[in-house]
Design a protein around this ligand. Structure first.
Ligand SMILES: O=C(O)c1ccccc1NCC(=O)[C@H](O)[C@H](O)COP(=O)(O)O
Length: 223
């Protein structure tokens, strides 16, 4: 199964086109006003139509209510909802029932104890995004450019597809995939030179580096 590459926090036509032209499998859009990557519903409509059919569109929210989700679904037309807050399994069931979209639940990781909620989410989410737990004083629960200890996922036995994120960049993505055996990688800060401003060359470099992990694996398999 090819590695899924997600570029998250896209907010302009130009950088969205770079991610799409570079072959990103998933493009993420942030709907969380304290984030430097937050986009308006008007921008969501424009970027959503631009990405349609070219990559999986991911709408990222944090403990959003139904009205907020309804507006995002109506404008972005997402293919998957990424829930990056404290959403319970009951809330995931509620959202899935109301919107009928696949759900990717973000799980903050700092210690092995953080994996305890996995079985519950695995029963309702469609995929899991492992992300670094944000510091207590952080203004947002993700997109902070800091990694977690990937070895915490070394012996993971999860029936669901999962992605790894948190501080990834072109130099570290191969090791993250090797250690976690994740089926997907997700990056935001690692393709920016300043918070919220995506850099075309960093996007291209990250996608190249992520794709290179696949060639290495295939080469190993044929030996
Ligand atoms: O990216 C944000 O600003 C953000 C804000 C609020 C909740 C989640 C957020 N990002 C979630 C993502 O999926 C990021 O891509 C992920 O946390 C990795 O971010 P980074 O460590 O910056 O690569």
């Amino acid at each position: 199964m090819p590695l899924l590459v997600k570029i998250c926090g896209l907010s302009t036509r130009e950088t969205l086109d770079v991610a799409l032209d570079g072959g990103a499998d998933m493009v993420g859009f942030v709907f969380f006003s304290p984030s430097p990557r937050h986009i308006s519903l008007e921008t969501a409509r424009e970027l959503g139509s631009r990405a349609k059919g070219r990559a999986v569109k991911v709408a990222l929210t944090v403990d959003a209510d139904d009205a907020t989700l309804e507006n995002i679904v109506e404008t972005l037309r997402p293919d998957i909802l990424q829930l990056h807050g404290k959403e319970t399994t009951a809330r995931l069931r509620d959202i899935k029932q109301k919107f009928g979209l696949p759900l990717m639940k973000a799980l903050p990781v700092e210690t092995a104890a953080d994996l305890a909620p996995l079985p519950g989410y695995a029963g309702v989410a469609d995929r899991i995004l492992f992300d670094a737990r944000a510091p207590k004083d952080a203004t947002r629960p993700g997109g902070l450019g800091a990694p977690f200890d990937w070895h915490l996922l070394e012996n993971l036995d999860l029936a669901l597809p999962y992605m790894v994120s948190g501080g990834l960049n072109a130099d570290t993505v191969a090791e993250a995939v090797r250690v976690t055996r994740a089926g997907g990688v997700d990056v935001s800060s690692g393709v920016e030179r300043t918070p919220g401003v995506k850099d075309p060359e960093l996007i291209r470099a990250f996608i190249r580096a992520a794709r290179a992990t696949q060639r290495t694996t295939q080469e190993l398999m044929v030996r």
